[in-house]
Design a protein around this ligand. Structure first.
Ligand SMILES: *[C@@H]1O[C@H](CO)[C@@H](O)[C@H](O)[C@H]1NC(C)=O
Ligand SMILES: *[C@@H]1O[C@H](CO)[C@@H](O)[C@H](O)[C@H]1NC(C)=O
Ligand SMILES: *[C@@H]1O[C@H](CO)[C@@H](O)[C@H](O)[C@H]1NC(C)=O
Ligand SMILES: *[C@@H]1O[C@H](CO)[C@@H](O)[C@H](O)[C@H]1NC(C)=O
Ligand SMILES: *[C@@H]1O[C@H](CO)[C@@H](O)[C@H](O)[C@H]1NC(C)=O
Ligand SMILES: *[C@@H]1O[C@H](CO)[C@@H](O)[C@H](O)[C@H]1NC(C)=O
Ligand SMILES: *[C@@H]1O[C@H](CO)[C@@H](O)[C@H](O)[C@H]1NC(C)=O
Ligand SMILES: *[C@@H]1O[C@H](CO)[C@@H](O)[C@H](O)[C@H]1NC(C)=O
Length: 708
């Protein structure tokens, strides 16, 4: 009897006790089955954080529209500390909606955890639109985000927080403070929210203690679509100046500002992530019934990592292991169930010490039916290129002529057994990320649709691959100051490359040694540049369609000066040296941009053609603007690729007569953006990319996903 009384007391204490403080919550939803009666099942996943012991205070109710009958699972604890410092749980809810009109769920309560904003009550809203989208032919899926239970930042170290803003339908996601009018919102005068990137920036100092953030995520289609209700009502959603959101979901969290720490240096004063920790925004692919692992590694020298906080789906397990040198490893394991199929599940994490926390990173895990092919592709990482070799046998049912890299001008080639692609670190849409101890270069292979086809019968394929290069402690001779070769792959031309170099004289024999960069060139000097195509095919012609100078490393810069355009020479000082069909050398006199720009980059667009093709772009040569180009025949010419070299830098000089000679005048008459000096020197390119030039061969984070 006494036992029963005890239990009763304890459960009462849990239900009513003041110990549980609301510490934020996030919601996402996704439509499931559509039943013959026209009803659609909508699944909701709600994560709630609490301070102190675990417990959920939220009870979602129908606020407007027909919400159907909401079935709710019990909240499941997904992460907590043994000391009851914080906790996060996830609740699954589902409803069958018949009317298809929009509806809103909401919940509210009294008690945010004590905070410096003086906020007591909290409110959560979820707005669902169940009509059929004209682009996906399915109901809308909400934006996806999450936050770890307890974000902690020393007062002197708070700069910004990058929140996850993913959308399964590829909509544009915006984050807003809960109440756009800020009548009842909680002002953060020293915080700026960048709505498009969903990033909070510090604009002044923040008081010690808990700050609460009540945000709303909204998704907007990128093109004009219609949403059709069951009863045939069509609502146009245009993406013009006043677009309407498809859905709204809450993202609420608390940020605890800790006493200032001695410093904010990653891996000294706060934990720094090490490879293979995923990068913020990474997308992982998992399959139903197969365990998916996420490895987190972090290091700190001045303290020790106590735990990794994780916001993940229920049934995700976490095991910790410590390594030498203050490195701690967490392995997250999750086995998606049948009910998780096609979900986009957010997983956020951070490494904690007693007095600091690493940055928070969030990734997305998408769940496919079963077939996750992996290990059948090799990624070969070299000095300046990435090659990928995928066995055709592992891509059963996939038509490789419909594959492309992230930059659609790069496709893939193949032999009898393999699909092959090679690109350099700066071509084909390869992106660069700093993972902490490594620089990671990433690209992906996608299948694309015939834009004229209404339906597709092909399997969709999308897989990412990456090469990582260790950041070296000291800047070594291997430091590369100038752009190395550009490598591309296209189906009819295989792998080919371009080099773009500066030469010392008009013999174009000696290129300026990369180790001598930055190169100082005197005013009025002639600059010798040469482009050469490298290809195994014997009968090809290189065509330099355009070259322009820009003050930044971007061929599409707003400020530019045309040197060659549409195959026609636009600058009087240019002289072309006839080389052979795959080599294009030219000379130009020095110049500089006005307006405080020190640097000049030269970007050229280049095309390779089959030598005998009379209708190719190469055969056409200089075209005046009025001429319309005909359609490209992919078997006779490559796509237009951009190659850049630079920067050329103007040395600090006293102004002298050089600014009043012809070299100056012909530039200044062109667009008005030019001044006269043109001095060349090559400067550090991308300040932080140093890589190990050892050839590393790795089967590196390779995922091949196929869904029907
Ligand atoms: C929705 O309806 C289907 C069939 O009518 C049923 O199997 C399913 O359990 C329902 N789901 C919910 C969440 O009520
Ligand atoms: C915001 O303010 C405008 C005009 O001041 C008002 O029409 C609108 O209803 C307000 N919205 C909310 C959510 O309070
Ligand atoms: C509207 O759609 C166009 C074309 O898809 C896109 O480029 C643009 O960014 C969209 N605008 C907004 C505000 O989403
Ligand atoms: C969408 O519709 C608006 C208004 O009708 C129009 O201004 C806009 O250009 C359209 N956008 C696209 C991408 O078609
Ligand atoms: C959690 O995992 C167990 C076995 O791994 C499984 O039986 C159970 O259904 C899972 N729970 C949920 C809610 O997915
Ligand atoms: C295709 O290329 C791959 C990678 O270079 C090579 O291993 C394979 O042997 C080649 N297959 C044929 C049939 O040449
Ligand atoms: C063009 O000239 C370069 C340098 O002289 C040489 O390496 C290359 O093989 C030549 N290419 C052709 C197609 O003759
Ligand atoms: C350029 O030279 C001409 C004559 O040589 C002189 O009249 C003019 O003032 C000079 N302009 C500048 C900007 O020095």
């Amino acid at each position: 009897m006494a036992h029963v009384a005890m239990l009763l007391l304890i459960s009462l204490a849990l239900a009513l006790g003041p110990a549980v403080g609301f510490y934020g919550g996030s919601m996402m939803f996704t439509p499931g089955n559509r039943f013959p009666d026209g009803s659609v099942e909508v699944h909701f996943y709600y994560r709630e954080s609490s301070r102190g012991p675990c417990g959920s205070q939220v009870d979602w109710m129908c606020k407007s529209g027909s919400c159907g009958i909401l079935t709710k699972s019990e909240p499941v604890v997904t992460d907590s500390t043994s000391e009851n410092l914080w906790c996060q749980s996830e609740t699954h809810m589902a409803t069958n909606v018949t009317s298809n009109g929009p509806f809103t769920l909401s919940s509210s309560g009294c008690c945010w955890e004590g905070n410096v904003n003086g906020v007591g009550g909290w409110k959560l809203h979820t707005h669902v639109n169940t009509g059929r989208r004209s682009d996906t032919q399915s109901p809308n899926r909400s934006p996806v985000s999450a936050a770890i239970p307890n974000i902690r930042i020393p007062q002197n170290c708070f700069q910004s927080i990058h929140l996850l803003a993913h959308d399964p339908d590829d909509d544009v996601v915006r984050c807003r403070f809960n109440d756009a009018n800020c009548t009842d919102c909680h002002h953060h005068p020293n915080i700026h929210l960048q709505e498009d990137s969903c990033t909070l920036y510090r604009e002044g100092s923040l008081d010690l203690g808990v700050h609460v953030f009540e945000l709303m995520l909204e998704d907007y289609p990128v093109s004009n679509i219609t949403v059709t209700d069951d009863d045939g009502v069509r609502n146009s959603l245009n993406n013009g100046s006043n677009p309407s959101a498809l859905s709204q979901v809450p993202l609420q969290f608390a940020v605890e500002i800790l006493p200032p720490s001695q410093g904010c240096v990653p891996s000294v004063n706060k934990p720094r992530f090490l490879t293979p920790t995923p990068l913020h925004g990474d997308v992982h692919h998992a399959a139903v019934g197969e365990a998916h692992e996420i490895i987190l590694r972090a290091q700190i020298s001045d303290s020790s990592i106590t735990d990794f906080q994780v916001s993940g789906p229920f049934n995700m397990s976490k095991t910790l292991k410590s390594e030498s040198n203050g490195v701690m490893v967490a392995t997250l394991t999750w086995t998606p169930q049948e009910t998780d199929l096609y979900r986009h599940v957010p997983v956020c994490f951070a490494a904690d010490t007693l007095h600091s926390q690493s940055e928070m990173r969030c990734i997305i895990v998408t769940v496919a039916k079963t077939r996750v092919l992996s290990g059948e592709a090799n990624v070969i990482c070299k000095d300046n290129s990435i090659s990928i070799v995928v066995s055709k046998a592992s891509m059963d049912g996939i038509d490789q002529s419909w594959l492309q890299l992230r930059d659609p001008t790069c496709s893939l080639t193949s032999n009898d057994t393999h699909i092959l692609g090679t690109m350099s670190l700066n071509t084909c849409g390869t992106t660069m990320d700093d993972s902490g101890d490594f620089i990671v270069f990433k690209n992906e292979i996608n299948s694309f649709e015939n834009p004229n086809a209404v339906i597709t019968r092909r399997n969709q394929v999308k897989f990412g691959f990456s090469c990582q290069y260790p950041k070296m402690a000291s800047v070594s001779n291997r430091y590369v100051n100038h752009k190395s070769d550009y490598i591309f792959t296209e189906s009819s031309f295989g792998t080919f490359g371009y080099s773009f170099e500066v030469f010392t004289d008009s013999s174009f024999n000696r290129q300026v040694d990369p180790s001598l960069y930055p190169v100082q060139v005197q005013l009025m000097d002639k600059i010798y540049m040469g482009i050469e195509a490298h290809t195994a095919l014997p009968e090809v012609t290189l065509f330099v369609e355009s070259c322009r100078a820009t003050p930044e490393d971007n061929p599409f810069s707003a400020v530019f000066y045309d040197i060659i355009k549409d195959g026609c020479i636009k600058d009087d000082t240019v002289m072309i040296y006839k080389a052979n069909s795959t080599k294009y050398d030219f000379e130009i006199q020095a110049f500089k941009f006005t307006g405080g720009f020190d640097e000049v980059y030269i970007s050229c667009s280049v095309i390779l053609c089959a030598k005998d093709s009379t209708n190719s772009r190469c055969a056409q040569g200089c075209l005046d603007q009025a001429t319309r180009r005909r359609r490209r025949d992919v078997s006779y010419e490559t796509a237009r690729h951009y190659i850049t070299q630079g920067p050329l830098r103007v040395a600090r000089q006293t102004h002298n007569a050089a600014s009043n000679d012809s070299g100056f005048l012909h530039m200044s008459t062109s667009t008005g953006v030019f001044a006269g000096l043109f001095v060349v020197s090559f400067v550090v390119l991308v300040g932080f990319f140093v890589y190990n030039s050892r050839k590393t061969r790795s089967i590196d984070r390779m995922h091949l996903l196929s869904t029907l």
